[in-house]
Design a protein around this ligand. Structure first.
Ligand code: DGL
Length: 279
């Protein structure tokens, strides 16, 4: 049993779709959330650059005493999960990957659509999952450049949001997809708009609840799960490398939490490595 926080990070506000599930499924646990908004979006950046950010962020969360880490970003998981596990072999580190397996299990048309960033589709994790799970099911990959930015800007509805979503949804629908996988943690924040546009016959999958349940199992297995009510839980904390007041408003809007985030800045240590420090 450990009162240390669970660290969750993303390029921005997307990982809050995982945060809310973790908070819901694991009452009594405290979460330290870090949004790397100085670098959002990650999706168009090189693997080496994303890995560098993820290693420095995890170093910071470990220094803050986190007992487990959730890489609440499909893009970061695609390129950085292995190096992170190599650097921190004792630390439970969970990642996100597009929910291709459950989608393949429920499709009736035999066509599944996956929405994600370019870096996620280029990653080995995604390729391996499709290779292992798709079988005879056709997987239509839809790169959604700009969609995470819309969510960062708080544009979750309206004509521009609908038009952007239609551009991404139409090719998957035209290919016959009856199941859509949200392969980026930002996208669950536009799930209502997606459902309205595709209609009731299609399944739209958000992997966050399954990730939160899996995190609970991992903490139990490792003796790290705090029994609910055993000790008064310290409040959840939020860190951003962006602008704190804007992030606080986004947290309130997206997950209804009262947030007084602390701003961090990227700087260089004496060895010239990028590290995080209080702003
Ligand atoms: N939320 C991130 C993901 O799950 C991506 C957004 C970005 O491109 O930064 O892939």
């Amino acid at each position: 049993m450990s009162q240390a926080p669970i660290g969750i990070f993303d390029s921005g506000v997307g990982g809050l779709s995982v945060w809310r599930q973790v908070v819901h499924h694991l009452p009594g646990e405290t979460v330290l959330y870090l949004a790397d908004q100085a670098h959002v979006p990650y999706g168009n950046r090189s693997a080496a650059e994303i890995q560098g950010h993820c290693l420095a962020i995890t170093d910071h969360l470990v220094r803050e005493g986190c007992k487990a880490i959730v890489v609440a970003c499909n893009t970061a998981s695609a390129v950085a999960l292995q190096p992170l596990r190599q650097r921190f072999p004792q630390l439970p580190i969970l990642g996100l990957e597009p929910a291709v397996k459950p989608a393949v299990a429920i499709t009736r048309s035999g066509v599944v659509g996956v929405m994600a960033t370019p870096a996620t589709f280029q990653g080995e994790l995604y390729r391996a999952t499709v290779g292992r799970c798709a079988g005879s099911v056709q997987v239509v990959e839809q790169v959604c450049i700009g969609l995470a930015d819309l969510v960062e800007q708080g544009q979750l509805e309206g004509p521009h949001c609908d038009a952007t979503l239609r551009r991404f949804l139409d090719p998957m629908l035209a290919a016959g997809a009856d199941t859509i996988v949200l392969g980026c943690t930002h996208y669950p924040f536009v799930i209502e708009a997606i459902r309205r546009l595709v209609g009731p016959g299609l399944a739209v999958l958000d992997p966050a609840p399954a990730v939160a349940r899996h995190l609970g199992e991992v903490l139990e297995q490792q003796g790290l799960r705090l029994a609910p009510g055993a000790l008064p839980a310290p409040p959840h904390r939020f860190l951003t490398t962006g602008e704190a007041a804007a992030f606080d408003r986004a947290v309130a809007r997206l997950v209804g939490a009262d947030c007084r985030s602390q701003a961090l800045r990227w700087c260089r240590n004496p060895e010239g490595e990028a590290v995080l420090a209080p702003a």
